[in-house]
Design a protein around this ligand. Structure first.
Ligand code: ZN
Length: 339
C-alpha cells in the first residue's frame, strides 16, 4: 500500500513536470508520433497472438486427433481451421486486424466484413487441400459469409462433415472441398498474460503468451496442452466445442469456471499428479516425445525456487516431485509403446 502511494506521488510529479515542458513543445508532432507507435504496438500484439495460435494449433491438432479414444463425450468433426473476424478485437485494435495474417502483401480492396483463416493445422484436411493461412472466406457451402453468419455456417458444415469453401487470396478466388476428421473438441487458445501458465475451463485450453517465450522445446508445449486436456476430460468431463469456437486473436478472453464445483477440483494434488501422468501419455500417443519435460520444471524453479518442494498451501505438488513422477511414468510408457 505504501509503495502504491509513493508510486502515485512519483507518477503525479512526472505528469505535472512533463506538462510544463510540453507547453513550449509542439504537441501535435508528439501526438501523431505516439498515435503511429500505438498502431505499431497494436499490430505487434495482434501478430504475436496469431503467431502463437499457429504454433499451438499445429501441436494441439496432433494431440486432439490421437486421443479420441479417451474423449468420447467431447468428440467433434473438424477441418483444421482457426478463423478470426475484426469483431473479435476490441475497438481500439480493429485497425490492426490484418496483422493476424502471416502474409505481408494483402489485397488493397480488402473487405472488412470477411473472416480470415488465421491458422491451418499441419496435416489437417484444410492443410492437405492447400488452403492457405491468411485466406479470406467468401462463402461456405454455397452461402456468402458475413460477420453474423460465418460461425453458424462452419458449425453446420462440421456437423455434416463436409465443407465447400470459397476463399480469396490476393485478387484470386479458390474453391476447396473438404471432408472432416474426428478430434477431441477442446480448442487451444493463446492468452494475454506475463506469467508462463496454462488453464482449462472444461472445454477450452488456454496457454499464456509468456509461456511461448519461456519454453525451450515444443514437447514442453505438448505437455502443457495434454495436462489441461486431461483436466477437461477426466476431471471436468466438459463438453466438446467445434473449432469455430476457437479464437486465434483473443486479446481480452480469460478462462471461465463454468460452475462452482469446478473451483474445488484443483485443490487436490492427486488430481494434478493424475493430469501430469495422463498428459504425458496423451502426448506420447500423438507421437510427441516427453523426455525433456523435466527441463520445464527445472526452469520454473529458477524463477520460483519456492515451487521446488511440496507445500500444504498449494494444490500442485513441488516441481521435484512432479518430475520424479513423470520420469517414472515415462519408463512405463516407453515399455508400453515400444514393445
Ligand atoms: Zn493442472
Amino acid at each position: 500500500m505504501i509503495i502504491h502511494k509513493i508510486l502515485i506521488v512519483i507518477l503525479f510529479y512526472f505528469f505535472t513536470s512533463c506538462s510544463t515542458i510540453s507547453s513550449y513543445k509542439n504537441i501535435e508532432t508528439i501526438d501523431s508520433y505516439e498515435k503511429e507507435e500505438m498502431q505499431k504496438q497494436g499490430n505487434f500484439l495482434v501478430a504475436s497472438m496469431a503467431e502463437a495460435s499457429r504454433k499451438l494449433h499445429d501441436i494441439a491438432w496432433r494431440i486432439m486427433i490421437s486421443n479420441t479414444d479417451v474423449c468420447k463425450d467431447s468428440k467433434v468433426n473438424a477441418f483444421g481451421l482457426m478463423i478470426a473476424h475484426p469483431n473479435d478485437l476490441p475497438l481500439s485494435l480493429k485497425s490492426s486486424f490484418l496483422s493476424a495474417s502471416p502474409n505481408t502483401i494483402i489485397s488493397k480492396n480488402y473487405d472488412y466484413n470477411l473472416p480470415m483463416i488465421v491458422s491451418i493445422a499441419n496435416d489437417s484436411p484444410a492443410n492437405n487441400a492447400n488452403i492457405m493461412e491468411g485466406d479470406f472466406i467468401l462463402s461456405i457451402n454455397n452461402t456468402s459469409v458475413n460477420s453474423k453468419n460465418y460461425k453458424d455456417l462452419l458449425k453446420k458444415a462440421a456437423k455434416k462433415g463436409s465443407l465447400k469453401i470459397k476463399v480469396k487470396r490476393l485478387e484470386k478466388e479458390f474453391i476447396y472441398d473438404l471432408q472432416s476428421e474426428i478430434i477431441c473438441g477442446h480448442p487451444v487458445q493463446p492468452m494475454v498474460s506475463p506469467i508462463p501458465n496454462a488453464y482449462a475451463d472444461g472445454s477450452k485450453i488456454y496457454i499464456t503468451i509468456a509461456t511461448l517465450d519461456f519454453i525451450k522445446d515444443d514437447q514442453e508445449i505438448a505437455f502443457l496442452i495434454s495436462h489441461e486436456l486431461a483436466h477437461n476430460i477426466i476431471h471436468y468431463k466438459g463438453k466438446g466445442l467445434y473449432e469455430t469456437e476457437a479464437k486465434p486473436i483473443p486479446i481480452e478472453e480469460k478462462p471461465s469456471l463454468q460452475n462452482i464445483s469446478d473451483l474445488f477440483i484443483f485443490q487436490s494434488s492427486a488430481k494434478e499428479i493424475e493430469a501430469d501422468l495422463m498428459g504425458i501419455e496423451y502426448a506420447i500417443k500423438a507421437g510427441i516425445r516427453q523426455d525433456k519435460v523435466a527441463n520445464y520444471f527445472r526452469r520454473l524453479s529458477i524463477y520460483m525456487p519456492q515451487l521446488m518442494g511440496n507445500s500444504i498451501f498449494r494444490m500442485h505438488p513441488g516441481n521435484a516431485k512432479r518430475v520424479s513422477n513423470i520420469e517414472n511414468k515415462l519408463k512405463i510408457l516407453d515399455y508400453k509403446y515400444n514393445n
